[in-house]
Design a protein around this ligand. Structure first.
Ligand SMILES: *[C@@H]1O[C@H](CO)[C@@H](O)[C@H](O)[C@H]1NC(C)=O
Ligand SMILES: *[C@@H]1O[C@H](CO)[C@@H](O)[C@H](O)[C@H]1NC(C)=O
Length: 162
C-alpha cells in the first residue's frame, strides 16, 4: 500500500502530468532524508519560495524570517532537523524554510483578514486500501505547485510504511 502525498491537486487538466515518485528513507538521519528530492527539484524551489513570500507583506519580512528561524527550535527535533537539511541542500535560509513550511498555519488562523482565501482537503481510501489525499491550495501559483507535486513513499527498514 502506498501513501499518495499530493502537495497540490490544482489544475490537473493535463492528463500527461505525472508527479515524480520518491522514496524517503526514515532510517536516514533526518537532515539527509530529503536530499534527493531537493536536488532533483532544485530549479523550481527558489521560484516557489519567491512566489510564497508574496503572501507575506514585505514590510514585516525583515522580522518574520528571524522569528521563524527561532520558532524552528520549538518544532519536534526530527522535523527541525529535516528542515535544516532542506535549507542546507536548497541554499534557502533556514528562517525561510521554517517560515514557508508554517506559512499556512500562521495565515490560516486569520485568513479571512489576510488572504481572503482558504483551502479544502479530501482524504479517502479505495477498496484496495489505497489512501488518497486531495488538497486544493488557493494560491496564485498553480503551475508552480503542480510542477513541484511529488509522490512520496516513506520507507523504514526497506519497507514502505502504511
Ligand atoms: C512547469 O513545468 C513545465 C514543463 O516542464 C514548464 O514548461 C513550465 O514553465 C513550468 N511552470 C512553472 C511555473 O514553472
Ligand atoms: C527489518 O527487516 C528485517 C528483514 O525483513 C527483519 O528481520 C528485521 O526484524 C526488521 N527490523 C526491524 C527493526 O523491524
Amino acid at each position: 500500500m502506498n501513501y499518495l502525498l499530493l502537495l497540490s491537486l490544482i489544475g490537473f487538466t493535463s492528463a500527461d502530468f505525472k508527479p515524480r515518485k520518491y522514496r524517503v528513507n526514515l532510517d536516514l538521519p533526518p537532515d539527509q532524508r530529503w536530499n534527493q528530492v531537493i536536488r532533483e527539484n532544485i530549479e523550481v524551489i527558489p521560484l516557489i519560495a519567491e512566489e510564497a513570500k508574496k503572501y507575506i507583506p514585505s514590510f514585516i519580512q525583515p522580522v518574520v524570517w528571524p522569528i521563524a528561524r527561532a520558532l524552528g527550535n520549538l518544532l519536534p527535533k526530527d522535523i527541525h532537523e529535516e528542515l535544516k537539511g532542506i535549507s542546507r541542500e536548497s541554499g534557502l535560509p533556514l528562517g525561510e524554510v521554517v517560515g514557508l513550511n508554517i506559512l499556512y498555519d500562521i495565515t490560516a488562523f486569520d485568513r479571512k483578514h489576510i488572504l481572503y482565501e482558504g483551502c479544502t482537503s479530501i482524504v479517502l481510501q479505495d477498496k484496495r486500501g489505497n489512501i488518497f489525499h486531495g488538497r486544493n491550495l488557493d494560491y496564485e501559483m498553480q503551475d508552480l505547485l503542480k510542477n513541484m507535486t511529488i509522490y512520496v513513499d516513506f520507507v523504514k527498514n526497506n519497507t514502505v510504511i502504511n
